[in-house]
Design a protein around this ligand. Structure first.
Ligand code: PXL
Length: 280
């Protein structure tokens, strides 16, 4: 059987443990053949560092896809993350058109904690909502979900009915499956809730809430989720694999939180992820 093959389109932040520098090793460890398409090269990510370098690689993306088409390459999945510019959204939509056989997973990556990331505005958020309409699976956090729907962000005190309604409205963007991350119904637990509009079915997986916030955990979660989905795992198994791995990475980083504030130590947890893929 041919190894499952996934394109991952997002930036390469050379330091900081996010986007491609986590997606590639995580999905490789899961057994996928990973084909990274860097949208930009930055010296560091933009959350907490200053004066980072940024080189836009937008002009390289279309020729890469054209070359791959000329070589008759096919892909089982395409996963997208931080794209950097609104123009890049159209380029990614072209990848979706050129490789219709691939399962398309969009992590919006433009906001958190009620606020847009520094590089983005409402036009960008609208562009991502249009990209979500072309995806098979979207993975917003609660802030991104609110922006995608043009709704008020609700930071807490919500119940299951709210989250289920939110997920139904997200699939109403014209994407069959939505997963929201960072859901907390009480003070002790945190997890992800998914909805498949085709079967009208919700699924969820929670672990203990850890009262810290690390940059890049969204990218870690989506990498493990996308890897699991493209490997053919069902939504229940994929949620468990991704939540467990993300929580394990946070635990592994906690003792070193001051030194390691910029991202999680995902490497030491890869053996557990590999076991989890085999078991679930
Ligand atoms: O983890 C999301 C992310 C990815 N890439 C870059 C970022 C961010 C979030 O701020 O700045 C460059």
């Amino acid at each position: 059987m041919r190894q499952k093959r996934i394109i991952t389109i997002q930036d390469l932040s050379c330091f900081g443990k996010c986007s491609l520098t986590v997606a590639h090793p995580i999905m490789s460890a899961m057994g996928l053949e990973v084909c990274p398409v860097p949208t930009a090269i930055l010296s560091t990510h933009t959350a907490g560092f200053t004066n980072w370098t940024f080189r836009d690689l937008a002009d390289d993306l279309a020729p890469i896809a054209e070359h791959w088409k000329s070589q008759h390459l096919t892909f089982d999945g395409i996963s997208t993350g931080y794209l950097g510019t609104a123009a890049m959204i159209d380029t990614v939509a072209d990848y979706f058109r050129q490789f219709p056989e691939a399962v398309k997973i969009v992590d919006p990556v433009f906001a958190d904690n009620g606020k847009l990331y520094p590089a983005f505005d409402l036009t960008y958020a609208k562009g991502v909502a249009e990209l979500c309409a072309k995806a098979d699976l979207i993975v917003p956090n609660l802030t991104e979900a609110a922006f995608l729907l043009g709704e008020q962000y609700v930071s807490g005190g919500y119940d299951e009915a709210y989250i289920h309604g939110l997920l139904r409205r997200l699939t109403g963007l014209s994407c069959p499956v939505a997963v929201v991350t960072g859901v907390r119904y009480d003070d002790e637990h945190q997890g992800a809730v998914a909805y498949d509009a085709r079967s009208d079915r919700f699924t969820q997986y929670f672990r203990e809430h850890i009262d810290v916030s690390f940059h890049g955990t969204g990218d870690v979660f989506t990498s493990a989720l996308a890897g699991a989905v493209v490997l053919g795992k069902d939504l229940d198994a994929a949620l468990k694999i991704a939540v467990d791995y993300t929580v394990d990475c946070i635990h592994a980083t906690m003792p070193d939180i001051r030194e390691h504030w910029y991202g999680v130590k995902f490497e030491s947890c890869l053996p557990g992820l590999i076991r989890s893929v085999a078991e679930n």
